[in-house]
Design a protein around this ligand. Structure first.
Ligand code: GRG
Length: 294
C-alpha cells in the first residue's frame, strides 16, 4: 500500500498549532474517569487534516490576530471529533474505521464512546467560556450551539438518516450536506474572525467562503467514498452504497458531482477576492480541498 502523500506545507503549520492546543485541553489519561479520558484523547488526537481548526486560524490571520483564535480553532475540532464518534456508532453510520484506526466504539465500547462524545462536546463549550471574555464567549456559544443543534449538525444528520434509500432532490441533498458539514466550516471561520476582532464585512466574506468550501468538501467526501484509497482517507470505501445512503455521486453521477464541487470552490475563492495576500492560506486551502484525495 502506498503511504498517503505529505500534507502541503501551508497546512502543516496550522495543524501543528491545533494539535498542540488540543493536547493541552483534554485531561490526562491517568486522571479518572481514565477510560473516558483515554477515549477522548484517542479520537481527538488521531491523525486529522484539521481543516476546521485551520479555517478558524486562517480567518483570524486575515484579520491580523491569529493568536486570539486558538480557542475557537480547538472548539471547532472538539465539536467535529464529538460528531465523528456519534456518526460511527452502529445505530448511525456503523463504521469500524476512522482516521486510519478502529472507531472509538470498536475499541472502547459503545457506552464509553457515548460518554467521550458528550465530554468532548461539553469541553468545547467550557473552553469558550474559559478562554474568551464574557461578551465574546456569549456570542461564540450561540454560534457554536446553533451549529450543533437541529439547525446544524443534528438536523443534517437526522435528515441524512431519513433519506437513506430514497431518491431525493438536489436541493434536499445540498441542504443535508450544508447542515452536516457546511455550517461547522462556516462557524469555524466566523468564530476565528470574531475572536480576532473582525469587522462585519470581513465576517460576512469569511463565512460565505467557508460555507461554500464546506459543501464542496462534503461532495468530495462522497466522491472519495466511491473512488478514494482507504490507505489515504483512513476510512473504508464503498460504504455509502452498502448503506444505501443519499450521496451526490449516487444520485447525480460522478461527473456532475465533481463539477458542482469545482463550482463551489470557485464561489469560495470569489467570496474572499477583496482580501490581499493575507488570505493566501485560505486560497491554498480551497485549492487543497478541491483536489484532495484524503
Ligand atoms: C452532537 C456534535 C453532535 C453531532 C450529532 C452525528 C452528527 C450529529 C453529525 C455527524 C456529521 C458528520 C459526521 C458529517 C461528516 C463530516 C465529514 C466530511 C467528516 C470527515 O471530515 P474530515 O475529512 O476528517 O475533515 P478528519 O479526520 O481529517 O478530521
Amino acid at each position: 500500500m502506498t503511504p498517503p502523500a505529505a500534507f502541503p506545507s501551508f497546512l502543516v503549520h496550522y495543524q501543528a498549532r491545533i494539535a498542540d492546543a488540543l493536547d493541552k485541553l483534554v485531561p490526562a489519561e491517568d486522571l479518572p474517569p481514565e477510560q473516558v479520558h483515554r477515549a477522548m484523547r484517542y479520537v481527538l488526537l488521531a491523525p486529522s487534516k484539521r481543516v476546521r481548526g485551520a479555517l478558524a486560524l486562517m480567518a483570524a490571520d486575515v484579520c491580523g490576530n491569529e493568536e486570539r483564535a486558538a480557542g475557537a480553532a480547538s472548539v471547532a475540532e472538539l465539536i467535529h471529533a464529538s460528531s465523528l464518534v456519534l456518526d460511527d456508532l452502529p445505530c448511525m453510520d456503523d463504521a469500524s474505521l476512522r482516521r486510519g484506526q478502529p472507531s472509538c466504539h470498536v475499541l472502547f465500547g459503545e457506552a464509553t464512546a457515548l460518554l467521550a462524545s458528550f465530554a468532548l462536546l461539553n469541553l468545547a463549550f467550557r473552553t469558550l467560556t474559559r478562554v474568551y471574555e464574557d461578551h465574546l464567549a456569549a456570542k461564540l456559544v450561540t454560534l457554536f450551539s446553533d451549529t450543533v443543534g437541529t439547525t446544524g449538525l443534528i438536523g443534517g444528520q437526522a435528515d441524512d438518516l431519513l433519506a437513506t434509500d430514497q431518491a431525493i432532490t438536489f436541493e434536499r441533498l445540498e441542504r443535508i450536506h450544508r447542515l452536516k458539514t457546511g455550517v461547522l466550516f462556516s462557524a469555524a471561520a466566523t468564530g476565528g474572525a470574531l475572536a480576532a476582532g473582525a469587522t462585519p464585512a470581513q465576517v460576512h466574506a469569511l463565512s460565505a467562503y467557508a460555507k461554500n468550501l464546506g459543501l464542496a468538501f462534503q461532495i468530495i467526501d462522497d466522491l472519495l467514498d466511491v473512488e478514494g484509497d482507504p490507505a489515504a482517507t483512513g476510512k473504508g470505501t464503498g460504504r455509502d452504497s452498502t448503506h444505501r445512503k443519499a450521496t451526490f455521486p449516487a444520485i447525480f453521477g460522478v461527473e456532475a458531482s465533481r463539477q458542482r464541487a469545482d463550482e463551489l470552490v470557485a464561489e469560495a475563492l470569489a467570496a474572499i477576492a477583496a482580501f490581499g495576500p493575507e488570505a493566501d492560506p485560505l486560497r491554498n486551502l480551497a485549492r487543497f480541498v478541491g483536489c484532495r484525495r484524503r
